[in-house]
Design a binder for this molecule. Structure first.
Ligand SMILES: Cc1cc2nc3c(=O)[nH]c(=O)nc-3n(C[C@H](O)[C@H](O)[C@H](O)COP(=O)(O)O)c2cc1C
Length: 505
């Protein structure tokens, strides 16, 4: 039971800070030719072909990202809806040919650091219309489900989550895993942060599509790690479960599961086999060993600290009704920003719609663990400067007025994107406080919570035809810049918003 010795998290977090993290080798190199195949391939496995219906169901993206459905209002998704959820979360949405050695790249529905696509999605379900009960792996390349187990194994998840109330009622559960070496080949030990960033951006899409279908779901981060990894047949030193997302509602009690025998299906998860022990140590330190530990971990569920302010429609003149499917399909990370401004109404809408919270096992609905800090370079109706977003009051508090464009670029690893953007948003967390409540596993949820907010901002921006990109950052320089307000806060995610340069694809 290592979860409460949070020194492990500080060792990992400080050691993977840019620019001087001692766990990072500054001479490490990566080139496109080293990119591992971004898919898990099962050999000799039975498969089910999925038939995809991309038709919009008529819910605007801005509504889909901000709505949460109540846990008792549910339904049993059929295979058609499940396929849509999987595709709009982790499916291939566009293919771009680059000159050698990069070659053809298949881009996915959600953004991902380095386009390395190290997050895999599994399904554990009861019989649902069109699909028998089983454990499946989603293959986005062939748009198929690989059959790993036949039968209803949901009770394994009920046990692993210590009878979590929502899990007990769900006909379908998604499990998101991380293949460490597929991303660490480029980002070394910092990969374990990316695990939650890139899982979070996918989950923003998943939650949006689920809410568009008016289905309830709850993000579950507390579970016995080994039990879930065994169910999926994972070698947890190479690939590990990150979160569970139960979907839908059924009154039928979940039956006892069949015995778990080992899955004898050969698979290739990555053709990079360099391991980073710091990733395994951080993952082990934040693992929960049995359901007593899960139960006591969940007791720290953070109750709402303040009254929730109802959504106030902002900038109604600029709102679009573009459906969530259309917005996911047109999303892509902006590669060059012009210096043109976005409007204050547009910025307000993005902030408001992407911070309405999520239903989780660690926070009250509508709350988040994170705090938003902004550098406004050019927003019509808002003076340039640094700001803190005060969610309860729906307002931006000016910290310092001034032109911080160059600083914005410097903080974002000296790249042009954060310098040229209209606004950069740093999603920060008081890590000490979160670790105090949740132990090392708090590190997982702090990264994930921030990434889901960042993923929703991507979608909200694209709904308004504004460009966006995730970025990485110089950790301590960001804290220093926003201090004293952000003293004791650590950056978890950075996103830049602005107008794309006209001829950018
Ligand atoms: C958390 C995060 C950090 C990122 N950091 C950078 C970055 O520092 N520089 C950059 O050019 N792109 C960055 N990206 C964008 C990715 O390279 C991009 O998502 C990936 O190539 C897939 O392309 P797409 O988002 O257009 O689908 C980041 C994306 C995410 C999700």
């Amino acid at each position: 039971m290592k979860n409460h010795d949070v020194e492990d998290t500080w060792h990992y977090h400080n050691g993977t800070k840019h620019p001087n993290g001692t766990l990072l080798n500054r001479y490490h190199t990566f080139h496109a030719g080293m990119r591992p195949a971004p898919y898990k391939i099962y050999k000799n496995v039975s498969k089910i072909s999925l038939s995809l219906d991309k038709e919009p169901i008529g819910i605007s993206a801005l509504d889909a990202i901000s709505n949460i459905y109540d846990s008792k209002v549910g339904m049993i998704p059929d295979l058609n809806i499940l396929t849509r959820i999987l595709y709009f979360s982790g499916g291939i949405t566009r293919t771009i040919k680059f000159p050698p050695p990069m070659g053809e790249f298949e881009f996915r529905a959600a953004s991902c650091t380095g386009a390395l696509y190290h997050i895999e999605i599994y399904v554990v379900c009861s019989d649902i219309p069109g699909l028998d009960a089983g454990v499946y792996h989603f293959d986005p390349k062939e748009l198929k489900l690989n059959i790993l187990r036949k039968g209803d194994f949901r009770h394994v998840l009920v046990d692993a989550t210590a009878d979590e109330e929502f899990v007990k009622q769900a006909p379908v559960m998604l499990i998101f895993t991380d293949v460490f070496s597929r991303n660490s080949v480029k980002y070394q030990a910092r990969e374990y942060r990316h695990a939650f960033w890139d899982c979070g951006t996918i989950i923003s899409n998943t939650l949006s599509i689920i809410s568009a279908h008016k289905i309830s779901s709850r993000l579950i981060s507390g579970f016995v790690d080994n039990t879930i990894n065994n169910l999926l047949g994972l070698d947890h030193t190479k690939e590990a479960s990150l979160v569970i997302l139960p979907i839908g509602y059924t009154e039928k009690p979940i039956p006892k599961s069949p015995p778990i025998v080992s899955i004898n299906i050969e698979s290739i998860i990555s053709d990079s086999d360099v391991d980073y022990p710091e990733i395994n140590s951080m993952h082990d330190a934040s693992s929960l060993c049995d359901n007593t530990e899960v139960k006591s971990w969940r007791k720290h569920f953070a109750k709402s600290q303040h009254n929730v302010t109802d959504l106030i429609p902002l900038g109604t003149g600029t709102l679009t009704n573009d459906g969530i499917e259309k917005v996911i399909l047109r999303r892509g990370s902006t590669r060059a920003f012009s210096h043109d401004s976005i409007s204050f109404e547009q910025l307000s809408t993005i902030l408001k719609r992407s911070t309405n919270g999520i239903d989780t096992d660690f926070l009250a609905k509508h709350d988040t663990l994170n705090d938003l800090y902004l550098i406004v370079n050019r927003v019509d109706g808002l003076p340039s400067g640094s700001y803190h977003y005060v969610k309860e009051k729906d307002s931006l508090q000016l910290l310092r007025a001034g032109d911080f464009r160059e600083i914005s670029g410097n903080l974002g690893l000296g790249q042009d994107l954060p310098r040229d953007a209209s606004v950069t948003i740093f999603i920060m967390v008081n890590l000490q406080k979160v670790l105090g409540n949740f132990g090392n596993r708090g590190y997982r949820i702090a990264q994930l919570d921030a990434a889901i907010t960042g993923g929703k901002m991507y979608l909200a921006a694209y709904a308004l035809n504004i460009g966006a990109t995730g970025l990485t950052f110089y950790d301590d320089m960001v804290t220093d810049f926003f201090s004293p307000h952000a003293k004791n806060k650590e950056t978890m995610f950075l996103i830049a918003l602005g107008k794309k340069v006209i001829n950018e694809s």
